[in-house]
Design a protein around this ligand. Sequence first.
Ligand code: GLN
Length: 217
Amino acid sequence: MVETPSVKRESGEADGVTQPKIGVLALQGDFIEHIQMFERLGIEAVEVRKPSQLAELDGLVIPGGESTTIVRLINLFGFADELRSFVDRGAALWGTCAGMIVIARELTDSYPEPLGLIDICVSRNWFGRQVDSFEEPLQFDGIEGGPFLAVFIRAPIVESIGDEVEVLARVGDGIPVAVRSGNLLSTAFHPELTEDSRVHEYFVEMARERISARPQK
Ligand code: GLN
């Protein structure tokens, strides 16, 4: 295999800026779209299929898809404890849509059993009763350049948040749909399905802040 000269992954340096190592959980869902979005930003993102891969990463995305399936596969492949250690060592974790459900502390629904990584209570398929999918421009705290066009597909919402959790974006009459708690980010919508890479850039910055947490070799 031939190395692409412009990709300077060995040193972790590109254009003088240290690039975080990002992974996307590739068990189910729209992981390819996330990978493509990071690549557009010049960040190499790897498909994560084994828990041992987490040790190398500064950031991980759990994508949209079907949360019951993703939780089942997380447990089947032994990811749950490794994900807890990943968060405990300060690496950045971002759950989008089904990923938001997977990492929540609690659901209003009876299944799946979420991992309890971020202190939020989430309701699945919240908009499903009215309309399955829609787009809405949202004000997103921490992102400059005007509203972000959020794509909602059978999306959850955040019903309640713990003291440490900050709401970054709301929809409708103030329903939280993007939240952050330290190294954890959670969005009910799908930034990877737009042309707008600003939420991915925001997450890369979170992961970059945590590079020092990477185990030294
Ligand atoms: N409704 C799905 C679930 O509950 C999530 C949908 C999505 O990720 N777009 O898992």
